[in-house]
Structures are given as structure tokens and as C-alpha cells.
Ligand binder design. Structure first.
Ligand SMILES: NC(=O)c1ccc[n+]([C@@H]2O[C@H](COP(=O)([O-])OP(=O)(O)OC[C@H]3O[C@@H](n4cnc5c(N)ncnc54)[C@H](OP(=O)(O)O)[C@@H]3O)[C@@H](O)[C@H]2O)c1
Length: 263
């Protein structure tokens, strides 16, 4: 994408108050881009915004939004439009997981996850992709997961939700290419963010070995987005595990993944 020295490239990051979102904000601020940071925890967003303004002299807009509410997604889009902020790069990252047997877990919690990980992500992508199409340029990153590549015991709804994100990204990659928009799905494995705590996830010894820091995951995501790739799995071990999924019968890779994730 052409980056003018006069007009800043605006990057909107959902889920910017911790984990990957916070790291995306840090790496893009380092590159000198203007940012819109979105999440619910206002204090964390404001502290991050202040640090980035001081360290890098970039413009940062903070938006406290509960993205589960689709009307709030539409209102966010409208507020930015009124301020004359056109989003060039969308990092659609906010999401959460939940570990546990499907039937024993609370239906409300499962549906809240579906709402955020599927419905809200779709809504955010839809409203900002329309603007990008009108301007004939833009880049969209959808944060899926390595779990998108197979159904995973005790992560049934989360893995299914992330399969949706990956498939949506793959389809839009092709569909929006002719409109001048690139769409990339980032599929991380377990990483050291606030995710495990929010998902009440058990960290097995195998997962400890595989766990990545957010910085290299985000770096790989930004590189893939810039290159206009369809999807990216960061880290050699994670790439190997996805290749293992492609190369082996379902019963075998499901059993291996279940052991890795649940112990
Ligand atoms: N870490 C991993 O192992 C891993 C692996 C694969 C994929 N992922 C995916 O990576 C993405 C980012 O997660 P993370 O690992 O960085 O975890 P995290 O540190 O828990 O970050 C999640 C972010 O989402 C925001 N969020 C949650 N609910 C929200 C809502 N209703 N409205 C607005 N923002 C909301 C949170 O902010 P507030 O709480 O302030 O709203 C937070 O900023 C997720 O989509 C996750 O599924 C993570």
C-alpha cells in the first residue's frame, strides 16, 4: 500500500488492550502509523495510547467499545467516519476462547463466544470493507487460530468458530482482491497473552513447549498482510502441526491434538 508522508495510514486494531492487539499497536506505532485502538478496558487503552504517542509521536484514537453489541460496531464505524478517519488497515483481532466439555459448559458462555468470535468479527469486517472498496484499497487481517484446522475435543465451539474465521478470510481474500483489498488470516498456536486465563485453559507440558511470545506472532502477521498472503501460521512447530493435520488421517491428528491440548 502507498503510504503518503502527508496523509497517515490509519490502522484499526480490535482487542488492543492486551495480548496480540497490544503488540500490533506497538509494532505499527514503531512504523509511524496512526492508530485506532478498540476494546472494553478504557484504562488500559488510554495508558497504551499515551505511551505510544510519547515514544513514537503517532496519532492514537481510543475507542471503548463492547464489540459483542453489533449496534456498537456500527456506531464506532459512524463516529470514525464523522471524524474523517478512513481505515487503511483493519486488524480484526478481538476474540476469546473457552475450554471444557461442550455439554457441561454454560450455553450463555458458548453463545457469547460465537457472538464475539463470529458475528462481531463479521460485522467489523463488513462495515470497514465497504469503505475500503469505495476507496479501492485496504488490508484486512483476521485473527483465526491453529485450531481452525480441525475439530478439537474440549474446544468444540472455539475451534469451530475459528474455522469460520479462516474460511471467511480465504473466501474474502479471493472476492475482495479485485476491489484492491487484501485479506489475510493469521492462525497462531498457543501464545503468551491473556487468552489462556480468559479461556480457563489448562496449560499442558506439551503446550508449554509450543507457547510463543506475542511479538514474533504479530511480526509474522504484519509481514503476511503486507505481502498479501491468504493465510499464515506463525512458528516452525505450529507449521509442522498443521502439515501433520494435512498429512494424516483425522482420527490420528485429532487424538494427537486432544492430547496436546487437554493432557
Ligand atoms: N493467545 C493464544 O494462544 C491465541 C491462539 C490463537 C488465536 N488467538 C486469538 O487471538 C486473538 C487475541 O487474543 P489474545 O491471545 O491476544 O488474548 P487476550 O490477551 O485475552 O486479548 C483479547 C482482546 O480482546 C478484547 N475483547 C474481548 N472481548 C471483547 C469485547 N466484547 N469487545 C471488545 N474487545 C473485546 C480484550 O479487551 P477487553 O477485555 O479490554 O475488552 C483484549 O484486548 C483472539 O481472537 C484469540 O482467539 C489467541
Amino acid at each position: 500500500m502507498h503510504i503518503s508522508s502527508k496523509i497517515p495510514t490509519w490502522i484499526l486494531i480490535t482487542g488492543a488492550s492486551s495480548g496480540f492487539g497490544e503488540e500490533f499497536a506497538r509494532q505499527y506505532a514503531e512504523q509511524g502509523h496512526a492508530l485506532v485502538l478498540v476494546a472494553r478496558r478504557l484504562d488500559r487503552l488510554q495508558a497504551l495510547a499515551e505511551t505510544l504517542r510519547q515514544q513514537h509521536g503517532v496519532q492514537v484514537v481510543v475507542e471503548q467499545v463492547d464489540l459483542s453489541d453489533i449496534a456498537a460496531v456500527v456506531a464506532l464505524h459512524e463516529r470514525l467516519r464523522e471524524r474523517g478517519i478512513a481505515i487503511d488497515i483493519l486488524i480484526n483481532n478481538a476474540g476469546h476462547g473457552l475450554q471444557g466439555p461442550f455439554v457441561d459448559s454454560k450455553l450463555d458462555a458458548a453463545l457469547a463466544m460465537v457472538q464475539l468470535d463470529i458475528a462481531s468479527l463479521t460485522a467489523v469486517t463488513h462495515v470497514f470493507a465497504q469503505d475500503m472498496r469505495a476507496r479501492k484499497h485496504g488490508k484486512i487481517l483476521l485473527v483465526a487460530s491453529m485450531l481452525a484446522y480441525q475439530g478439537v475435543e474440549s474446544f468444540a465451539v472455539y475451534a469451530a468458530a475459528k474455522a469460520y474465521v479462516l474460511r471467511l478470510g480465504e473466501a474474502l481474500h479471493r472476492e475482495l482482491k479485485r476491489e484492491g483489498i487484501t485479506v489475510t488470516a493469521l492462525c497462531p498456536g498457543l501464545s503468551d497473552t491473556g487468552f489462556s486465563k480468559a479461556a480457563q485453559q489448562k496449560i499442558t507440558p506439551m503446550l508449554k513447549l509450543l507457547m510463543m511470545k506475542p511479538a514474533p506472532v504479530v511480526k509474522a502477521g504484519i509481514r503476511a498482510l503486507q505481502a498479501g498472503r491468504m493465510s499464515i501460521v506463525p512458528g516452525f512447530a505450529n507449521k509442522f502441526l498443521v502439515a501433520f493435520t494435512w498429512a494424516t488421517p483425522r482420527w490420528l491428528h485429532q487424538a494427537a491434538m486432544s492430547q496436546a491440548m487437554n493432557g
